[in-house]
Design a protein around this ligand. Sequence first.
Ligand code: EPZ
Length: 422
Amino acid sequence: MEKILIKGGKALHGQVEVMGAKNAALGIIPATILAGGYCSIKNVPDISDIRNYISIMEKLGAVVSYSGDRLDIDTTFVDPANAGLIDEEATNMRASYYLLGALLARFGTVRIAFPGGCDIGARPIDFHIEGFQALGATVIGENSDYIEIHADRLIGCNIDFAFASVGATINIMLAAVTAEGETVINNAAREPHVEDIANYLNCCGALITGAGTSQIRITGVKSLHAADYSIVPDQITAGTYMICAAATKGDVTVTRIIPEHLGIIAEKLIQMGCDVLFGDDYVRVIGNRPLKAINLETMPYPGFPTDLQQPMGVLMCLAEGDSIIDENIFENRFRYLEELNKMGAKTRYEGSRAYISGVASLKSDRIHSTDLRAGAAMLIAGLAAEGTTEITDLQHIDRGYDRIVEKLLALGSDIVRINEGQ
Ligand code: EPZ
């Protein structure tokens, strides 16, 4: 079994570079289906979700090569009939649902296994289905193990989301780029990766305006063409390293970032007593004072991102005073607190609210990751704890953090990944 061992208590120092955003790449890779040709995508993070998506695309008929951070993909010969070959990969991740919008827009038909993803809530896709139906598609078996959608033609319309769903916004954008007429998405998600996927589609000849705001307008075009692209830096990974600096009372500069994506994270770290200094494409976090308790509520962008709630929860365990977290996006995103309580944290949660009373320090223990972002929280807890912490279930961490052990080692942590019992 693979484990990460961290001898905690060392302040992190130095620079760390952020790669392309996982959740942008996981939308752009299926979006290349709409390009129907050869695209070169740069700044693609080397994580297992990307490799899983490469396997999906190759089974669908794409020709893919991936070297360094560059992914070259030719989707000329993608065939929706091959979607029956990707059941395992599709159920391994949530982002497989983008194949619905992409294959529907190019071929008018798609049948894939129901998407999987982190166990952080029910994660239905009713907003996606309702959006496809509004565009004129017929959806079959939406509640079984497969989703099948057909449309002789897609006709642009107004779509009002009850919730600013990231996935549904992206999926409807993918379907609407070749629909007849105009589609307007109201209450659209505004996350940086939504905007990045729209930018890529526009490079391929789509006509999308308003991405990054809560109203996105898409004027359908006959078809798209291939284009090269470089993916936006990962806001969540950048925030994770900022929190690592704060948790270890270190001094870390996170490079290749977009400052405006990190404003709310900086605001919360400053409230807790950190110094945060921005440059054009970097942010420096210095944790040189005792951490102060704060209250936190997760919201759609530009609110505090739910994907950083768990890393922030660790920081709040180390703060002086009582903190509260309101998790407004997912209904089951607090299980990591039970692992932190094993390390001496004083936390409890009821429904969507968690209560955290800061302690002087966390004690090392054997802990495991319950999901991708909880995995990051476990790493941060190990970095801050006294003694050597052992972390298992690394497959969750591998899904979203590109070479994180090497990067934390380079920042001065005492961390190693071992494979016991081999
Ligand atoms: C995306 O998930 C991300 N995943 C998540 O990141 C991220 O936490 C989330 O957006 C919010 O920012 C990918 O991009 C692959 P939503 P998604 O649709 O699309 C409910 C990570 O760690 N909902 O905005 O699933 C849903 O259950 C992952 O990188 C419906 O009810 O998020 C949730 O409670 C974890 N019906 C809320 O809306 C729907 O049809 C937000 O979901 C769709 C969503």
